[in-house]
Design a protein around this ligand. Structure first.
Ligand SMILES: [Zn+2]
Length: 293
């Protein structure tokens, strides 16, 4: 009897949890960015992209389909709820599959795929079956002009990857920037091919650009918010703090294990991801200061 009551209670608890999870943001959703006429975010679970609707067609970014083969088609279907304009461009933020696999649906819809030169070089070698190769690449900058909208693409050097673009909408003062500045959270596994020294210069360069709001490639914390220059400044400070702390330890010969097990940065303990992700930052900076890589 007691067991039956407990089982029922457990069932109610599970149902309540499922309901409360169901009240959170939908997993697949296109949403207009407040204060803009035609700029949207597209969210697929934990990934996010930006698209712009103009009278001459759509500029889409990042088809976010890794591990979700239908991701590109789902993204396109969400765009189709907003507009029937042709898809003119698909811009890759960088070459990592978790953001750009799934572009086939866009290619078939007629999009021209644009990326940094280094993204094409990498993708050719990696030959991922779900990732469409870029049609067009550039080195330093390229501006896409379509139906009265300008989208400036800038390569700000080595940072989160060697192919990351800053996409800036000058009129709206918005940038779309993926993985380099996690909004309100610690960076994690994405640091594995991160360029620590160059990234600091890159973030300074991005801070000097003209913008107010940052759309991140993973929903910002808390509440899927957009980022600001304050977030960029705080992220830069975090990287500088980890770097200085690990450098001192490395010179005492404490990389890798003692640092990974014992070094803490309590200043950042309240940031989402601190417990789980600090180790990835420590490991990356141990690679830098402990062995020079
Ligand atoms: Zn990435």
């Amino acid at each position: 009897m007691k067991r039956t009551v407990l089982t029922v209670l457990a069932g109610v608890l599970l149902a309540t949890q499922a309901w409360s999870q169901g009240q959170q943001a939908p997993q697949i959703e296109a949403r207009k960015v407040d204060g803009t006429d035609n700029v949207y975010t597209f969210r697929n679970q934990n990934s996010q992209a930006m698209f712009i609707v103009t009278n001459d067609g759509v500029i889409a970014t990042d088809p976010v389909g890794y591990g979700r083969p239908q991701g590109g088609a789902q993204y396109l279907a969400e765009i189709r709820k907003v507009t029937n304009q042709p898809i003119r461009y698909l811009v890759y933020s960088h070459h990592h599959f978790d953001h750009i696999a799934g572009g086939r649906a866009f290619k078939e819809a007629g999009a021209r795929v644009v990326a940094h030169r280094r993204a094409l070089e990498r993708l050719k070698v990696l030959n991922d079956p779900n990732t469409v190769l870029p049609d067009e690449t550039f080195d330093k900058s390229r501006t896409i002009t379509l139906g009265g909208t300008q989208l400036e693409l800038t390569y700000a050097g080595l940072n989160h990857s060697d192919s990351t673009l800053v996409m800036r909408l000058p009129k709206e003062r918005i940038i779309f920037l993926v993985d380099l500045i996690p909004v309100g959270a610690l960076p994690g596994r994405g640091l594995i091919d991160f360029y620590p020294l160059e990234a600091e210069q890159s973030i300074k360069q991005i801070l000097a650009m003209d913008w107010d709001r940052l759309i991140p490639g993973h929903p910002g914390a808390p509440n899927n918010r957009l980022g600001t220059k304050k977030d960029a400044q705080e992220q830069l400070q975090f990287l500088q703090d980890v770097s200085a702390a690990v450098r001192a330890e490395a010179q005492q010969g404490r990389c890798w294990e003692p640092v990974e097990k014992e070094l803490k940065l309590p200043k950042y303990a309240s940031w989402p991801g601190y417990e789980a992700n600090l180790i990835f930052a420590l490991r990356r900076y141990c690679a830098l200061w402990g062995r020079g890589t």
